[in-house]
Design a protein around this ligand. Structure first.
Ligand SMILES: CC(C)(COP(=O)(O)OP(=O)(O)OC[C@H]1O[C@@H](n2cnc3c(N)ncnc32)[C@H](O)[C@@H]1OP(=O)(O)O)[C@@H](O)C(=O)NCCC(=O)NCCS
Length: 153
């Protein structure tokens, strides 16, 4: 039986964000391995682009209620290098919904020397996805009230 004496604490303190955007959940968290680095020991831009594409596709897929294809990388900025062993957090936010397209802004933060709480924004990008049908042709983005995940805009 739960009594006031043995009840769990009413709330557990939220973990410190340590320089990560407060109150937001990353779509993806990944740690690059040595095989993801170039000859200089920094992580390949192409590897980062692939992870950004995956992260951006997640809210787009929920908003589209189904498959999407990347039609464009509208902008991509590598603001700081990424190193093997950085813990990367990918935050993605839908910025525009068109007839068949969904535009997503992705920000990437690296936690370096994690015990010293050193967090750096490394990348930001905007990508456009198109909702597609089983025939791989563009499909209208469904109305909000048709969504399985109504939290998506
Ligand atoms: C995605 C695909 C099905 C779209 O078909 P399409 O006939 O080229 O598309 P449309 O010209 O009808 O445009 C579809 C939407 O994309 C938008 N779009 C087209 N080119 C764009 C560009 N360069 N930047 C941003 N948006 C673009 C259009 O404005 C339209 O949006 P809207 O319906 O919201 O107004 C087709 O281009 C394709 O299969 N591309 C390859 C996808 C791929 O392999 N991606 C990599 C792996 S996922």
């Amino acid at each position: 039986m739960t009594t006031p004496e043995n009840a769990a604490p009413a709330c557990t303190p939220a973990p410190a964000t340590r320089g990560l955007p407060a109150g937001r959940m990353p779509e993806l968290r990944v740690m690059p391995a040595p095989s993801d680095a170039n000859v200089y020991g920094d992580v390949f831009g192409g590897w980062i682009m692939a992870q950004v594409d995956i992260a951006g596709s997640l809210p787009a897929t929920r908003r589209a209620n189904g498959r999407v294809a990347t039609i464009a990388v509208n902008s991509f900025v590598f603001k700081n290098p990424v190193f093997v062993g950085d813990l990367l957090s990918f935050y993605a936010e839908i910025t525009k919904v068109g007839n068949t397209s969904i535009t997503v802004y992705v920000e990437v933060y690296a936690e370096r020397n994690r015990l010293q709480a050193n967090t750096v924004k490394v990348t930001e990008a905007t990508l456009t996805y198109v909702a597609t049908g089983d025939d791989r042709k563009p499909r209208k983005v469904p109305a909000l009230d048709e969504l399985i995940f109504p939290q998506e805009r």
